[in-house]
Each structure stands twice: as structure tokens, then as C-alpha cells.
Design a protein around this ligand. Structure first.
Ligand SMILES: Nc1nc2c(ncn2[C@@H]2O[C@H](COP(=O)(O)OP(=O)(O)OP(=O)(O)O)[C@@H](O)[C@H]2O)c(=O)[nH]1
Ligand SMILES: [Zn+2]
Length: 309
């Protein structure tokens, strides 16, 4: 019998720092950055993945395997699955006082994060625009009540943004998520001054033109700002399907339910309509936010619809 192939053999390893379709940029452990394509069809690499590379000269290579990952954040609907990033320590969800943000999307991203064991932080941007501030705070209150930190800032104020975020980012890999227009690019540019240049360089290397701006990319913060801080920028999104989660995993996305689990009359209670449901009792008593329970209900419904086909 052939011994299993060891990922840690003589082969060159590296970390995926950009993904564009089936093209990947890999920072290899020999110090070279290579444009790589995956060899074979199985197992798609994500930004943040450690991979084994067969070098083809100093600037190119083939990805031979994806090493085991700590976690992978992704979204999925009936049609397809979209990987955000792998080996992520924390998720930065960017919202703003304007335009109006979707607390539904924030809630869904949290469910994804809790299931991937990634700690979430919400960044409320554009606090200089005070008109939308009370509404934004009200929408975020149920999430803040879960213990998720909500950081208020103005990304246009570069110095203050750096001061607020550098200590949180140091030594960690953070993934930036946000709807379009929330100020994600402004935030990224405040933290990684050469982000734009890096993106253009990458586009040129791939000959992919400006479309590459829609790819996912990992940036290193300047060491003078935060040592060992990596920030992954992903394209803005309008939907966050969670079809890959089962009922128990959806429940995991609602940590405020946990004190009541196991106290329902029926052991297989779905916490939607059952008599003697401890979660519903907590909802009625105002200990669970109605909009959070409503989101739970929608996710469960989507799951049941998905299973029917
Ligand atoms: N007033 C104010 N405007 C901001 C702030 N941060 C960003 N903006 C503005 O908000 C708009 C959107 O910012 P971007 O950084 O392009 O937003 P984005 O989330 O990257 O959006 P996409 O590129 O569409 O994904 C721009 O006009 C920014 O100048 C802020 O702190 N205060
Ligand atoms: Zn119940």
C-alpha cells in the first residue's frame, strides 16, 4: 500500500493572497510571489489558504494541493457556492450611517462567522454623517447585545481609523465584508496605503484588466502600523445564502438562544411554533430581539425549501 502523500514533504509551500477565477497569486516560502493555476480539478483554493506549489520558474507555478485549513467562510444558495476566505481569525463587517445598510445581511454574516469559529466585529463607518447615526445604532443594538463589538469610526479620518483598528488587527488575519458603498475601500486604503497599487500590479500580472478589482485579495499592513496584520478584502455582495448549514448550525448562529436550548417541551423543537418552547417564551418576555428571531425563522424556511428540491 502506498503511504499517504505528506503535505509537508520537500515541496514548496506558500499562501494564497489573491484569487481571480482559476488564477491565484501565491506568496511562496522561498520569497517569490508566483501566479499559479490549480493542477487538476478537485479542491478549490481560497485566499488565505496554505498550498503546495510546483514552481515553474520564479514567477509561475501550479498549485498541487491545498493544505488542511482552520476554517473557511463561504456563502451558498441553490445555484452556487462562493468562498470568501480561509484561515481567518476575525470578520470585520462594515456598515455605515448612509446609505441604509441591510441588518439582514449583517445577521447572516454573523451566522456564517459563528459557524466557522471566526470572531465578528462590526464597524459602523461614516459617523461624521450624523443624520443616520441613531437609526444605525438602533439596528445594531441586538447584535451588540450579543457581545459583538461595534466600533464607530469615520474611515475618511485616516489617523483615527488607524489608531482604532491597528491594535485589533495586529498579529491576525481579518476579513473585510460589506455591502457596496459602506466605505470598505476607503477603510482599506487608510490601513494599507499601497493597496491600490498592489491591486493594479496584480491585474497587470494576470493581464486581467480592471475586472481584477472584483477579486479577493490579502494585504499586509505596514509593520510600522500593526505587526503581522493581514487584511483580506472581498468584493461587495448583496446576498448571503446559508444553504450549507443544517438546522443545528443555524441555531449556532443565534447565541442568544443558547440559555433556553434543552428547556423546550419537545426535544426536536424548531423554536418556531411549538407549545412549551423556551425560546419562544424568551422572545415573548423580550429577552430575545424579535428581528433576530424573525431572521432565524427565514433561515430555517430557506433550509426547508432547499431540502425539498
Ligand atoms: N462622510 C463619509 N464618507 C465616507 C466615509 N468613508 C467612505 N465614505 C464615502 O463613501 C463612498 C463609498 O466609499 P467606498 O470606500 O468607495 O465604499 P465601498 O464600500 O468600497 O464601495 P464599493 O467600492 O462600491 O464596494 C465614497 O464616496 C467615500 O468617499 C466616511 O467616513 N465619511
Ligand atoms: Zn423551542
Amino acid at each position: 500500500m502506498k503511504p499517504p502523500r505528506r503535505a509537508s514533504g520537500a515541496g514548496l509551500q506558500g499562501r494564497v493572497v489573491a484569487a481571480f477565477g482559476r488564477h491565484f497569486t501565491v506568496e511562496c516560502d522561498d520569497g517569490a510571489t508566483r501566479q499559479c493555476y490549480p493542477r487538476g480539478k478537485k479542491g478549490t483554493a481560497a485566499v488565505g489558504d496554505r498550498v503546495e506549489v510546483a514552481p515553474e520558474g520564479p514567477a509561475e507555478g501550479a498549485i498541487q494541493s491545498v493544505l488542511p485549513r482552520r476554517n473557511l467562510l463561504y456563502r451558498s444558495d441553490e445555484m452556487r457556492t462562493k468562498q470568501f476566505a480561509a484561515n481567518v481569525d476575525q470578520l470585520l463587517i462594515v456598515v455605515a450611517t448612509e446609505p441604509d445598510f441591510s441588518d439582514e445581511l449583517v445577521g447572516r454574516a454573523l451566522v456564517g462567522a459563528f459557524n466557522a469559529d471566526i470572531s465578528p466585529i462590526v464597524i459602523l463607518n461614516k459617523v461624521d454623517r450624523t443624520a443616520g447615526l441613531p437609526t444605525a445604532r438602533r439596528k445594531l443594538a441586538p447584535i451588540q447585545a450579543l457581545g459583538v463589538p461595534v466600533l464607530e469610526l469615520s474611515a475618511r479620518d485616516t489617523a483615527a481609523t488607524r489608531a482604532a483598528l491597528a491594535p485589533l488587527l495586529a498579529g491576525r488575519t481579518s476579513l473585510l465584508l460589506g455591502q457596496s458603498g459602506m466605505g470598505k475601500s476607503t477603510l482599506l486604503n487608510a490601513l494599507v496605503p499601497d493597496a491600490l497599487a498592489a491591486t493594479q500590479e496584480h491585474s497587470q500580472a494576470l493581464g486581467a484588466g480592471k475586472h481584477t478589482t472584483t477579486s479577493t485579495r490579502l494585504y499586509h499592513l505596514p509593520a510600522t502600523l500593526a505587526a503581522g496584520a493581514d487584511l483580506i478584502d472581498s468584493p461587495g455582495f448583496q446576498a448571503f445564502g446559508l444553504q450549507h448549514l443544517d438546522g443545528a448550525q443555524i441555531v449556532k448562529g443565534f447565541p442568544e438562544f443558547s440559555p433556553y436550548l434543552g428547556h423546550c417541551r419537545f426535544y426536536n423543537c424548531t423554536h418556531i411554533h411549538e407549545p412549551g418552547c423556551a425560546v419562544l417564551q424568551a422572545l415573548e418576555a423580550g429577552r430575545i430581539a424579535p428581528q433576530r428571531h424573525a431572521l432565524y425563522g427565514r433561515l430555517l424556511e430557506e433550509l426547508q425549501l432547499g431540502q425539498r428540491y
